[in-house]
Write a protein that binds this ligand. Structure first.
Ligand code: PMP
Length: 360
């Protein structure tokens, strides 16, 4: 069996050592004579495990004590509803910034609960940049300001945290959580689906400032109420126990790599070398403005798109998978999450060079 370098946008590559550990513990977890999938979420062993996982997450992102950490279900998309349901708090409007397909979907969902205002959009520029902050039409009375920190499909990432004054700042970090140091205290709420940087699909990480809880709209389904999940320690209903365990292995792995600050340097290097190579050729190109290029999802195209199928086929034969761009954008996308080693990026660049030599 040989493992590929998997550039898939999510579910994404996981470090081999955690897969090996999960395999080794599959039949007998913690001497219980059963796998973690088969034990009660109310058992002391499971509760101990999730307490450690929360502590590891808090340590990895230096999460201040006045923030709750929740492990929820429903993916990133459920958060598109949970955010307005919980954070409108008597207001009827919230600000949304549109820098890509996920930004747009979040705002569309919010329309079910309020009248969201678009502060700025780069849709007309084909989502190749982030509109200058001086052009944003922010509402100082908005219930919150929502933005997507890394647009997974379009390949755009915020270089810095936006400045929105006193309005509570909400970020979708589904595709870049744990990839760089974040000043959590600047945010009201951060959410992230796990299936990119934090483990397999099935869990959504939520970091929320305590004082914002307990004011959900009366129509809020109980499963969508942050306060209820916070009170229950994320055990309000039966959680995805195996995914939670895998997220825990991922956190331990990240700590062994030196934590978020250490992986941030590696991530910067991986992305920088791939963009540098793409920019150096007349065969591939990336249209995203350099200062907004995502370190996590490198979106690029071949100048001759007739070669796309051959590129993907040969890449797969060379042990490089998951490179096809999203159907709404086309072209190619190489997702370089934490688990993608630098040698994987070197292998991709080597392959791209060979392909260019063959057809260029
Ligand atoms: N937000 C972003 C930035 C994403 O990349 C995704 C999924 N790719 C989502 C939200 C939706 O996540 P899910 O599929 O878990 O609902």
């Amino acid at each position: 069996m040989s493992r590929v370098y998997n550039f898939s946008p999510g579910p994404a590559m996981l470090p081999e050592e955690i897969l090996q550990q999960a395999r080794a513990e599959l039949l007998d977890w913690q001497g219980m004579g059963a796998s973690v999938m088969e034990v009660s979420h109310h058992s002391p062993e499971f509760k101990q495990m999730i307490a450690t996982i929360e502590a590891d997450f808090r340590e990895l992102h230096s999460i201040p004590a006045n923030y709750k950490v929740l492990f929820l279900q429903g993916g990133g998309r459920s958060q598109f509803s949970m955010v307005p349901l919980n954070l409108l708090r008597g207001k009827t409007t919230a600000d949304y910034l549109d820098i890509g397909i996920w930004s747009n979907m979040a705002m569309t969902e919010a329309r079910r609960y309020c009248a969201p205002r678009l502060v700025a959009s780069s849709k007309e520029q084909d989502y190749t940049l982030i509109p200058a902050q001086s052009e944003w039409q922010c509402n100082p009375n908005a219930a919150y300001f929502h933005y997507v920190d890394n647009e997974t499909i379009n390949g755009i990432e915020f270089p810095d945290i936006p400045e929105v004054g006193a309005v509570p700042l909400v970020a979708d970090m589904s595709s870049n959580i744990l990839s760089r140091v974040i000043d959590i205290s600047r945010f009201a709420l951060i959410y992230a689906a796990a299936q990119k940087n934090a483990g397999p699909a099935g869990i959504t990480l939520v970091i929320v400032r305590e004082d914002l809880l307990g004011q959900a709209l009366p129509i809020t389904p109980m499963m969508f109420d942050y306060a209820l999940h916070a009170k229950a320690g994320s055990l309000y209903n039966t959680p995805p126990t195996f995914t939670w365990y895998m997220v825990g292995l991922m956190f331990q792995w990240l700590k062994r790599q030196g934590g978020v600050a250490a992986i941030e340097k590696i991530n910067a290097r991986k992305a920088e070398k791939l963009y540098r190579y793409i920019d150096s050729t007349d065969f591939y190109h990336c249209k995203i403005e350099p200062s907004y290029r995502s370190r996590m999802n490198v979106v690029f195209r071949l100048f001759d798109e007739k070669l796309n199928d051959a590129f993907l086929q040969q890449a797969r034969a060379a042990g490089l998978s998951g490179l096809k761009g999203h159907s709404l954008v086309g072209g190619m996308r190489a997702s370089l999450y934490n688990a993608m080693p630098e040698v994987g990026v070197d292998a991709l660049i080597g392959f791209m060079r060979d392909f260019e030599r063959q057809f260029g």
